[in-house]
Design a protein around this ligand. Structure first.
Ligand SMILES: [Zn+2]
Length: 256
């Protein structure tokens, strides 16, 4: 994997945002394999294609690319809010690539993919409307709240300038594909929330009592549910059935 952008190919472009766009797309075309089928056939869509920026010609997965000359931080600015909500409802949202390069020497610092099945309305934040004097007055954009996505949903190809193992990228991608089968947004929300709680324990092995400690937090996120402990137990069972974790003995779990 080449960890440099190629400034020469964007010389003809004047605007900085166009330059960044061209350089980032060029880098992805040259370096990124498809995390879903492991092939090298990720191709650019024609310009102005509203669906996404890239498609894998082998398995038809779509990818949208965002890039920035600074780290992602806790949120990434994305497009129009209502378009995003429509996509989430119809399940047509693409997977999401994020490229972060070093502004001074154009070297790649981070590159990760967020699989589309991690997108729920909860990680989409509505921004304030643009001012009435702006060219697109009243237009409302959105942010993607990176910090609220479980780690399993931020799969790094390059992390802090270091290339990650390809087989690890593919393995992490496969591990959560079961989320695509969950059609109910409420149920998927529960599953992601419990995954996030387990992550906060920061341990490979844990007990159900450890997860129960998040009862209050989960109750606040799901005010309509009065049986939070039962729900936690149910989600742990589903995660076991999906081979995300295993039971070691009664009430004890281990991440796979
Ligand atoms: Zn593919």
């Amino acid at each position: 994997m080449d960890l440099r952008l190629r400034p020469k190919i964007a010389e003809a472009y004047k605007s900085m945002s166009q330059k960044a766009r061209v350089l980032s797309e060029d880098w992805v075309s040259r370096n990124v394999y498809c995390p879903n089928c492991n092939c090298e056939q990720i191709e650019r869509y024609d310009n102005n294609e509203p669906v996404a920026d890239f498609i894998c010609e082998e398995c038809d997965e779509d990818y949208e690319l965002k890039s920035a000359g600074r780290p992602a931080g806790t949120k990434i600015v994305d497009g129009e809010y209502k378009t995003m909500l429509r996509r989430l409802k119809s399940a047509t949202n693409p997977n999401f690539f994020f490229l972060n390069y070093h502004y001074a020497d154009l070297s790649i610092l981070n590159f990760f993919v967020i699989p589309k099945h991690f997108f729920t309305h909860r990680i989409i934040e509505k921004r304030n409307p643009l001012a009435a004097t702006a060219r697109r007055a009243d237009w409302v954009g959105c942010n993607i709240l990176i910090k609220d996505i479980p780690h399993a949903g931020r799969i790094f190809y390059v992390r802090n300038g270091f290339v990650q193992k390809q087989r690890e990228v593919i393995r992490t991608w496969k591990k959560t594909l079961f989320l695509r089968g969950e059609k109910s947004p409420e149920e998927k929300g529960w599953m992601l929330d419990v995954m996030k709680c387990i992550e906060k324990l920061d341990a490979k092995a844990f007990s159900i009592v450890d997860v129960y400690r998040f009862e209050g937090e989960l109750a606040r996120k799901h005010p309509a549910n009065n049986h939070v402990k039962e729900k936690i137990r149910q989600q742990l069972q589903i995660l076991r059935d999906r081979e995300y974790l295993e039971f070691t003995r009664r009430g004890e779990y281990r991440l796979i």
